[in-house]
Design a protein. Structure first.
Length: 237
């Protein structure tokens, strides 16, 4: 084969390559509401380019190992809930074919969401959901899909408790559901339903140094939830 033929063959392989990336929507919940982790990858002109926590699948890695690597990089712990969304396709910048993104969403507790100075230097930052308008089309689509999935799953399972501290008040739990579902709930109805289902356990502790009446702390009742899940979980209001 001639030299030019080799060059053409290399170009053909390059333009027929399909890239597969992992894009993670990492959520946490605090007093300001539901937040998502974004990373600022500035372009050559130093323009801001905010996006989801992402990486390409390298040779020898799997979808699962790459997604776990991304989470550990930004969270620094194994204490998170993560679930795969689906595959997304989009026009490639480097190929004549489409590239593929495997979307994930992860739920991280507030105490595990503190970003190190090194991560801040890399451009990582938590944003409220309504502050994510600067995302590119691909990441905006993945974020929107993950929010719809979270809204559906939070009523079908107990995954929402992965966003709450180990010990939480019922008001914190109610605000979490209000934030994700986009509804205003009746406090009495929420308390009654959560107690009827046996989803929480009283830890015999109360808030301290508060100006209002101290609220009780509870924890997620995992054993009872697993029994409920076997029969079919329904936490709709």
């Amino acid at each position: 084969m001639k030299k030019n033929d080799n060059r053409k063959a290399g170009i053909t392989r390059q333009y027929n390559t399909i890239g597969i990336s992992i894009d993670c929507v990492i959520f946490n919940f605090d007093d300001e509401g539901l937040k998502v982790l974004l990373v600022n990858e500035k372009d050559q002109k130093e323009n801001e380019n905010w996006g989801l926590a992402s990486d390409w699948i390298s040779e020898g890695e799997t979808i699962e190992s790459t997604s776990n690597k991304i989470l550990k990089k930004y969270i620094g712990t194994d204490n998170f809930f993560m679930e795969q969304l689906k595959a997304f396709s989009y026009p490639s910048q480097y190929s004549l074919k489409e590239d593929i993104s495997i979307g994930y969403y992860a739920l991280v507790k507030k105490e595990n969401s503190v970003l190190s100075n090194d991560l801040k230097a890399l451009g990582a930052r938590w944003f409220k959901i309504d502050e994510t308008l600067r995302l590119n089309y691909k990441h905006h689509s993945i974020l929107e899909y993950s929010l719809k999935e979270l809204k559906k799953r939070i009523c079908q399972s107990g995954i929402g408790f992965n966003l709450l501290p180990e010990k939480f008040t019922l008001l914190q739990a109610m605000h979490l559901y209000e934030e994700i579902l986009g509804v205003e709930m009746n406090k009495s109805n929420f308390r009654r339903k959560i107690f009827q289902m046996g989803l929480v356990l009283d830890v015999d502790e109360k808030e301290e140094d508060v100006s209002h009446r101290a609220a009780k702390f509870y924890k997620f009742n995992i054993e009872n939830y697993e029994k409920l899940a076997q029969r079919g979980f329904n936490f709709k209001f």
